[in-house]
Design a binder for this molecule. Structure first.
Ligand SMILES: [Zn+2]
Length: 68
């Protein structure tokens, strides 16, 4: 799944589409005015990877012999 940020050049409406695969001309339609004069702003792939337990950063809690 990838998200594409598009902007309508007719009404300057910014919208985002989620497509599975590459962006096609069929997706480049303004939902506001229905114009097909849509330009792609930038592409951002959703990172679904990851998982696992990340170790907590730092120790924290009570510490003996602290400053102050
Ligand atoms: Zn539009």
């Amino acid at each position: 799944m990838a998200s594409y940020d598009l902007r309508c050049t007719d009404c300057a409406h910014d919208f985002e589409v989620f497509v599975q695969g590459f962006l096609r001309e069929d997706h480049k339609v303004c939902p506001d005015c229905g114009s097909r004069r849509v330009e792609q702003r930038f592409t951002g792939f959703l990172m679904g990877s990851g998982g696992g337990n990340a170790p907590p950063m730092g120790g924290g809690g009570c510490s003996h012999g602290g400053f102050g």
